[in-house]
Design a protein around this ligand. Structure first.
Ligand code: ZN
Ligand code: ZN
Length: 167
């Protein structure tokens, strides 16, 4: 953490990467969840959901000073990378990186260790949409499968990563 005592704002970058099979479209939520110490609840590890307007402590329902300031999706080709899932070998087409920036209106004593990025995946095989999420503290690698069995996305590492944004 920086020692910038002139500011009581913490700016964070929260990032996840998904390897996607051909034809899958991803719609990332306009919100982000982090586990934070809540001064109003006087509890640690409260799940706080941030939107562009505000933060909200989900367990207690009160507002939490902070908001999302940006969302960036970037795409990178994956070449001929294949993955063997339960349903056979599939070719991963591309990787998407989503990065949220947010401001929290206090100086955090430590970076959050848990976050969740929600998204919807559209299946090119059967046309349905699947709600899913990347969150910390689940087993990786993790396959995200449609109900029809098609592998939609693959997470290869612990994520999202949470870091402080340098000014
Ligand atoms: Zn609270
Ligand atoms: Zn499907």
């Amino acid at each position: 953490m920086s020692e910038a005592s002139e500011s009581n704002i913490t700016s964070l970058l929260v990032e996840a990467r998904l390897a996607l099979t051909a034809g899958v479209k991803v719609d990332y939520a306009e919100s982000l969840e982090l586990a934070l110490d809540c001064p109003r609840c006087e509890e640690s590890d409260r799940t706080v959901r941030f939107t562009a307007e505000r933060g909200r402590c989900r367990s207690a329902g009160h507002t939490y000073a902070g908001r999302l300031t940006g969302k960036l999706v970037e795409e990178a080709p994956l070449g001929e990378k294949t993955h063997t899932s339960a349903t056979g070998e599939v070719r991963l087409e591309r990787e998407e990186r989503v990065q949220y920036s947010l401001e929290i209106a206090e100086a955090l004593p430590a970076l959050p260790t848990w976050g969740r990025i929600r998204f919807t995946l559209s299946c090119p095989a059967c046309g349905t949409s699947l709600d899913s999420a990347s969150q910390n503290n689940v087993k990786r690698p993790r396959e995200i499968l449609c109900d029809c069995g098609r592998l939609l996305a693959l997470e290869t590492r612990e994520q999202p990563t949470i870091r402080e944004q340098s000014a």
